[in-house]
Design a protein around this ligand. Structure first.
Ligand code: NAP
Ligand code: MG
Length: 403
């Protein structure tokens, strides 16, 4: 069989610990035997980030701007313990944070749904993709502990010298707390565009919700921006694609999500997204079955697994013990990126390969072969538990039969 050719390189960002081990297995067993893999390789493993003073992360993000599509392995976010463990020069920032700051995107997380791993919510039949606006609000707030009686005011001092605006927040008679939050039209607009684009691309309805009835200026601004952009640029394209934009109040959205079948994108404000993404992902079964894609308003895509580097398994692996680490989300990061690359290059063979790789993975699990994390929660009788490598080899067998 001739290997599939790739026109444009895919930006490949290698990572850390157990996921770095899986990364190599996936390339060796599921990709390079079938594809003449054309990637521009960036080593985002912590050692090399330290060696390059984190320049490699910036270079990888810039390369993503150049080529448009990247696939990323999970990476360690350095903390005090990691600085010691790796003898780091500095506590480097989270690579995902750095990349997001450069690409300015929204992260969409979706569960991989397979028979035998049933969501806790029995009516969820299709994935619910969660989009979190990862900028501002309570995450960039200013807070004060109020020790006793006194007034707190909001003051806006225009840069152009026009008169100040002042608003009383509260007249305290005793101790309390106060918080200031902000967001930017620019950031909300980019969030909205990323959401509308991704809905069109994946042909799914888009839901968005805020608390605009209570927050008549702040949350209302989010509602208005989404509505304006939808009317101006997306309404007709949504109609043509047969999908809907649906706005409601956040509490109504939560109630409807629990009764829904799934198969839509749920766009959330920063805090709602933080909380709801954990609820949705745990209800769908496992973090190891969650994919994540960063979509920039400029049309750049970065695919990855939602979980971390699975440190505990890595230490077992280093001791020579057998591991059964789930590679599904990392495989889907590759298939997502390869499909996107295929679509952008008009390379149907590559896009078709991505579909087959996903099908082979799902068929393997539905056929009863899986890693330990899934075996512990499957409804399939007598699952076969495979180690990290054998699970990938089982997928290869299915894939070869399909090609
Ligand atoms: P984690 O790597 O997601 O793993 C937490 C636990 O979840 C594991 O110990 C394991 O449970 C289970 N798990 C996660 N993924 C699994 C998989 N693929 N297969 C089987 N089980 C899986 O989170 P963490 O241990 O808190 O973080 C480790 C490192 O990852 C940290 O340095 C953190 O900074 C980094 N991180 C990176 C990203 C990213 O790059 N996107 C995201 C999150 C965290 P059991 O041990 O019970 O088997
Ligand atoms: Mg959270």
């Amino acid at each position: 069989m001739e290997k599939i050719q790739m026109k444009t390189p895919l930006v490949e960002m290698d990572g850390d610990e157990m996921t770095r081990i899986l990364w190599q297995y996936i390339k060796d067993e599921l990709l390079t035997p079938f594809i003449d893999l054309n990637t521009e390789y960036y080593d985002l493993g912590l050692e090399y980030r330290d060696k390059t003073n984190d320049q490699v992360t910036v270079d990888a993000a810039e390369a993503t701007k150049k080529y448009g599509v990247a696939v990323k392995c999970a990476t360690i976010t350095a903390n005090a313990a990691r600085v010691k463990e790796y003898g780091l020069k500095e506590m480097w920032k989270s690579p995902n944070g750095t990349i997001r700051a450069i690409l300015d995107g929204t992260v969409f997380r979706s569960p991989i749904v397979v028979k035998g791993i049933e969501p806790c919510v029995k009516n969820w039949k299709k994935p619910i993709t969660l989009a979190r606006h990862a900028y501002g609000d309570v995450y960039k707030n200013a807070e004060l502990r109020i020790p006793g009686a006194g007034e707190v005011k909001l003051v806006y001092t225009p840069a152009d010298g026009s008169p100040e605006e002042t608003l009383s927040v509260h007249v305290f008679e005793g101790p309390g707390v106060v918080q200031g939050q902000y967001n930017l039209d620019d950031s909300i607009e980019n969030f909205a565009k990323s959401c509308f684009e991704y809905a069109l691309e994946t042909k799914q309805d888009l839901w968005f919700a805020t608390k605009d009835t209570v927050s008549k200026k702040y949350d209302h601004r989010f509602k208005d921006i989404f509505a304006e952009i939808y009317e101006a640029s997306y309404k007709e394209r949504f109609q043509a694609a047969g999908i809907e934009y649906f706005y409601t109040l956040i509490d109504d959205a939560v109630a409807r999500v629990m009764k829904a079948e799934g198969g839509f994108i749920w766009a959330c404000k920063n805090y709602d997204g933080d909380v709801m993404s954990d609820m949705v992902s745990s209800a769908f079964g496992s973090l190891a079955m969650m994919t994540s894609v960063l979509v920039s308003p400029n049309g750049y895509y970065e695919y990855e697994a939602a979980h971390g580097t699975v440190q505990r398994h890595y230490y077992k692996h280093l001791k020579g013990e057998e591991t059964s680490t789930n590679s599904v989300a990392t495989i889907f990061a590759w298939s997502g990126a390869l499909r996107k690359r295929g679509e952008l290059d008009g390379n149907q063979e590559l896009a078709a390969f991505a579909d087959k790789l996903e099908k082979a993975t799902i068929d393997t699990i539905e056929g009863g072969k899986m890693t330990k994390d899934l075996a512990l929660m499957t409804t399939l009788p007598n699952p076969t538990v495979l180690n990290s490598r054998d699970f990938i080899l089982a997928i290869r067998e299915k894939l070869e039969a399909m090609l």
